[in-house]
Design a binder for this molecule. Structure first.
Ligand code: PLP
Length: 414
C-alpha cells in the first residue's frame, strides 16, 4: 500500500440528523438521532481547494482513492480487502433484447465477499475500530452478515450475526467461516434487529444495522464516485438500483450532490434514480405511489431476492427524497418472474447477476414499455451481488448421462 497519510486527517466537519438537521460531533461514536439516521458532512470548500479530479489518476484503484470525500484519510487506519473498482460493463445483447442502445451493468458482484456490502462494511468497521469498538452485531437477511463477518475478522473484532432462518445457506456459511457468532432466528430481519437492540446493554456490542451508524452510507457512496469517474464525470441518464434498506441509493445520491458541489460533474446533470423492489416486499414503491414521505411496514414480506426483504427501512424518507429529487421513481416487479429476468441477464451477457438485479431488469422492461425510459438513454443497472451466492434461487434438474448406456447424442444436441 502506498502511503496515504495526509493532512488534515479528515475533511469531515460534523454529523447531521437527516430528519431535522441537528448537528452532532463526528469525533465520537454515534448512532441514530430521534430514531433516524445521520449524514456525514464535509468541508467541501476546503476539499475543492485541496484536490482536483485529475489528481485521482495517480492514485491506486479502489474506493479509498476518493479519500478527501471519505471519513478516514490515512491508510494506516483502513480495514480493507481490496474494494473495487467494480467493472462497468456494456451490455449490447441484453440492451437489444430490451430495446436499449446504451445499457451498462456495474458489477458489484466482483467485490470482496461477492456483493457491494463490502464497501459499506469496510467503512463501518474502519470507523468502529477507530472509536475503540471491539465487538459488533447486526441483523442480516443476506449479504451484510457475511461482509460484516469478513471485515470484523480482518480487523480482529468480534462479530455477532442474527439471520432469518431461511437466509440463503451461502450467507450463513460465509459468516460462520469468518468466525462470526451466527444465529438463525424464526422471524424476519426486523425481529433480528430487535435482538441486537435488546442485547446492547448486556452484550456491549456496537450495532452495525443498516443506517444505524453513519458510515455505511459513506462506504456505499463510493459506488457513485466510482461510476462518475468511470463515465468521465458525465453521469448516465438513468440508474436502476434494487432497494432494501436503501443505503446504496441514498449514498450514490449523496455522492452526486457532493461531486456537484465540487464542480466535478460535466454539465452538472444527475441521473434519474429508480428504486426497484419485488411485489413480495415493496414498502418504498408503495409509499412512492401514494405520495408519502415515510413508508408503512410491509406485511408478510417474502422474496427470493433476500436483499430486498426489508419490510421497514429506517431511512425510508431518505430513499424517497432522493428518488423524487432526481425525477426518478420507485416501482415493484412481479416476484414470480425475478429468476427469469435474472437468468435472461446472465445468459445474454455472462455477468453473474443476482435476483435483486433480476428485479431491475423487469423494472426496466416496464419503464421502457411505459415510455419512461427512452431507447437512446444511457442506463446503468447495479448488479449488487454475485449469482453464485443464491443457490436456492435456481432450482433446476440437469439432464443426466448414464455411462452404462450408449451416449444418446440426440438428447445432447440442442
Ligand atoms: C443488501 C442488498 C441489497 C439492498 O441494498 P440496500 O442498499 O440496503 O438497499 C440489494 N442487493 C443485494 C444483493 C444486497 O445484498
Amino acid at each position: 500500500m502506498p502511503d496515504l497519510s495526509t493532512s488534515p486527517e479528515t475533511f469531515v466537519t460534523h454529523l447531521e440528523s437527516a430528519l431535522d438537521g441537528t448537528r452532532l460531533p463526528a469525533d465520537s461514536l454515534q448512532t441514530l438521532h430521534r430514531d433516524r439516521p445521520l449524514w456525514v458532512r464535509y468541508d467541501l470548500e476546503a476539499i475543492r481547494g485541496s484536490c482536483t479530479r485529475d489528481q485521482l489518476r495517480d492514485r491506486p484503484p479502489g474506493m479509498w482513492r476518493y479519500r478527501e470525500l471519505l471519513p478516514p484519510r490515512s491508510s494506516d487506519s483502513i480495514i480493507s480487502l481490496g474494494e473495487g473498482p467494480s467493472p462497468l460493463i456494456r451490455c449490447p445483447r441484453l440492451g437489444a433484447q430490451l430495446g436499449l442502445r446504451d445499457l451498462w451493468i456495474k458489477d458489484e458482484g466482483q467485490l470482496p465477499t461477492g456483493s457491494f456490502k463490502s464497501r459499506g462494511m469496510a467503512m463501518a468497521i474502519t470507523m468502529a475500530q477507530r472509536f475503540g469498538v471491539q465487538r459488533v452485531a447486526l441483523p442480516s437477511a443476506g449479504n451484510a452478515g457475511g461482509a460484516a463477518a469478513a471485515y470484523a475478522a480482518r480487523a480482529g473484532m468480534e462479530c455477532f450475526v442474527f439471520m432469518p432462518e431461511d437466509t440463503p445457506i451461502v450467507n450463513q456459511y460465509e459468516a460462520v467461516l469468518a468466525g462470526a457468532h451466527t444465529f438463525r432466528v424464526n422471524g424476519l430481519i426486523n425481529d433480528c434487529g430487535r435482538i441486537v437492540r435488546e442485547g446492547q446493554e448486556r452484550m456491549q456490542w456496537f450495532d452495525l444495522s443498516t443506517l444505524k451508524e453513519p458510515y455505511r452510507i459513506e462506504g456505499k457512496k463510493t459506488m457513485g464516485l466510482e461510476l462518475a469517474e468511470q463515465c468521465d464525470w458525465q453521469l448516465p441518464d438513468v440508474i436502476l438500483y434494487p432497494t432494501g434498506g436503501g443505503t446504496g441509493l441514498i449514498g450514490m445520491w449523496k455522492a452526486f450532490a457532493e461531486l456537484g458541489a465540487l464542480g466535478w460533474l460535466e454539465g452538472n446533470t444527475r441521473p434519474r434514480m429508480i428504486s426497484v423492489q419485488s411485489d413480495g416486499c415493496a414498502p418504498i414503491a408503495r409509499a412512492f405511489q401514494a405520495g408519502e414521505r415515510f413508508a408503512e411496514p410491509f406485511a408478510g414480506a417474502e422474496t427470493i431476492a433476500r436483499g430486498l426483504r426489508v419490510p421497514a427501512a429506517v431511512g425510508d424518507f431518505m430513499i424517497l427524497d432522493a428518488v423524487r429529487e432526481s425525477g426518478g421513481c420507485a416501482l415493484a416487479v412481479e416476484e414470480a418472474r425475478i429468476t427469469d429476468w435474472m437468468r435472461q441477464a446472465v445468459t445474454a451477457e455472462g455477468i453473474s447477476v443476482c435476483p435483486e438485479t433480476g428485479a431491475c431488469i423487469g423494472a426496466l422492461e416496464q419503464l421502457i414499455a411505459d415510455g419512461q425510459v427512452g431507447p437512446d438513454e444511457r442506463v446503468v443497472v447495479f448488479n449488487t451481488g454475485a449469482a453464485q451466492k443464491y443457490v436456492e434461487a435456481i432450482t433446476t434438474t440437469l439432464p443426466h448421462i448414464d455411462l452404462s448406456q450408449e451416449i444418446a447424442w440426440n438428447d445432447i444436441e440442442p
